[in-house]
Design a protein around this ligand. Structure first.
Ligand SMILES: Nc1nc2c(ncn2[C@@H]2O[C@H](COP(=O)(O)OP(=O)(O)OP(=O)(O)O)[C@@H](O)[C@H]2O)c(=O)[nH]1
Ligand SMILES: [Mg+2]
Length: 464
């Protein structure tokens, strides 16, 4: 028989560190009490071991983890704002680095300007008889324009030397309308078809530009002629209208408005200039964005953005980035343009196809999706200019308003419903309509993305 002794002697106290605090069990025998305490000590040992393991894991995660990993998706060579979105991230999170690098964009901005000028000169020049597609082919160039073309002819070699500096080769990787000869099939400029100077991924091309400040003396010498006699020349503007060319929708071409400012000897590119500067990137890139303010991201870690590139049929995802926390599709709302590589495919339709593929990709099933539909400013300008959205997107009824608010709502509904239909698991998506060259508006969108991602990081590291 077990001892019948029941209550504890009142004088005996539990040690202070006993966990959990003793229960007052007046009918507990001494043996039962010992047994209970042993069980409680064991439970505490297990609980402490779990806490220690969790803390060690949390610390290891904090040490090794990056602030966030983002997979940047978007068609290549579509000028769908991938690089511009990246520049916005850099400006927001790493303003000192952004400003330090601004100088590198100076020759790019000058090249953008020179190419716009040479494109116009190409358009005005008399074409060779064979293969010409220009309406100016048969009309004699008036004397003033001829003299103008002659006086700006040296800019061809300025373009070549800038191209060489930036891409490392005198001829661009891909030719575009501004540099093509008169009988080239590109003699007609079309924004969707215009390929541009391209640089290979990596920071190599920036390295090339870092240490040598290029002289823009030749460009400066022609600044007045470019601005007053060419760009503000009503005949030239008329010619562009006849050809149905809107350079104003090409941010890199809008440097024509700023010739005097950007050709000054001490010109230093502003953030807006850097965002408008255009150089096409080839190949996948990994961008590490250091956080300058640890307050901004909570733990001061670098953010890594993978621009995985891809093509229309397949977007390769490598296994080492599959644990990426978020995927961000950046695309432009190009409802009235065709793909450069296939004239029969509408770019908006292609964007939707890509979005469908991303939503249904099993590898991304658990990844948060963020959608940035860019160039809302161009959409707005086109609708205001009378371009009918319903002519290109036939599911948009003709009696619906041809206005930015209604069209944007419709676009968001289309992308949201594709997400719902094609996601294999239930998850949220975060859509935004943006103008990526508007730094202020984009900063707000990035703050929103940042909050989403930080909540996710914190919950994954069990801090929340
Ligand atoms: N108006 C306007 N222009 C934009 C917007 N986003 C980007 N751009 C401009 O469009 C051009 C192309 O943008 P990028 O960011 O270089 O496009 P990308 O997707 O990196 O293009 P690739 O490197 O060729 O694949 C640049 O001159 C940008 O300044 C926008 O929202 N509105
Ligand atoms: Mg790019």
């Amino acid at each position: 028989m077990p001892s019948a002794t029941r209550s504890l002697p009142p004088s005996r106290k539990e040690p202070e560190d006993t966990w959990p605090p003793p229960l007052e069990l007046s009918d507990e025998t001494l043996e039962e009490r010992e047994l209970r305490l042993e069980k409680e000590r064991e439970a505490k040992r297990v609980s402490d071991a779990i806490d220690l393991a969790l803390n060690t894991e949390r610390e290891a995660l904090k040490k090794n983890a990056h602030g966030a990993k983002i997979l940047l998706l978007g068609a290549i060579h579509c000028a769908c704002s991938k690089s511009t979105v990246l520049k916005n991230f850099m400006l927001k999170f790493s303003p000192t680095t952004f400003h330090a690098e601004a100088e590198i964009w100076r020759p790019v901005i000058h090249l953008n300007l020179v190419r716009s000028v040479n494109f116009i000169l190409n358009l005005l020049s008399p074409r060779s008889a064979s293969g010409s597609t220009s309406p100016t082919a048969n009309s004699p160039l008036d004397d003033t324009l001829r003299r103008l073309c002659f006086s700006l002819a040296p800019l061809k070699s300025v373009e070549m030397s800038l191209t060489k500096r930036i891409s490392g080769s005198a001829s661009p990787v891909v030719l575009d309308s501004s540099t093509t000869s008169a009988d080239s099939p590109y003699a007609h400029y079309h924004p969707a078809k215009a390929s541009e100077i391209s640089v290979r991924s990596g920071a190599g091309w920036k390295g090339l530009l870092k240490f040598r400040r290029h002289s823009n003396a030749s460009l400066r010498a022609h600044a007045q002629t470019i601005s007053l006699r060419l760009w503000r020349n009503p005949d030239v503007q008329e010619k562009l209208r006849e050809e149905d060319i809107s350079l104003k929708n090409q941010p890199a071409c809008t440097f024509l408005e700023d010739v005097a400012r950007i050709t000054q000897e001490d010109y230093f590119p502003s953030p807006d200039d850097v965002l408008r500067a255009r150089v096409s990137t080839i190949g996948p890139e990994e961008h590490r964005i250091p956080m300058e303010s640890s307050l901004e991201n909570g733990n001061g870690k670098d953010w890594i953005i993978y621009d995985v590139g891809g093509d229309r049929s397949q977007r390769g995802l490598s296994s080492n980035i599959l644990d990426s926390l978020s995927a961000l599709l950046t695309d432009s709302i190009a409802f009235n343009q065709a793909l450069a590589e296939d004239e029969t495919v509408n770019r908006l339709a292609d964007s939707m196809k890509l979005w469908r593929m991303i939503c249904s990709n099993p590898l991304l099933a658990s990844v948060d999706l963020i959608l940035l539909l860019n160039k809302i400013d161009i959409l707005d300008a086109q609708l205001k200019a009378g371009v009918q959205f319903s002519n290109y997107v036939t599911s948009y009824k003709k009696d619906l308003p041809n206005e930015t608010a209604a069209v944007s709502r419709y676009l968001l509904e289309m992308f949201t419903s594709l997400h719902k239909q094609h996601s294999t698991k239930k998850r949220k998506m975060h859509p935004h309509l943006t103008c990526a060259i508007d730094t202020k508006a984009t900063a707000t969108v990035i703050t929103h993305i940042q909050e989403l991602i930080l909540i996710k990081i914190l919950s994954e590291t069990s801090i929340l």
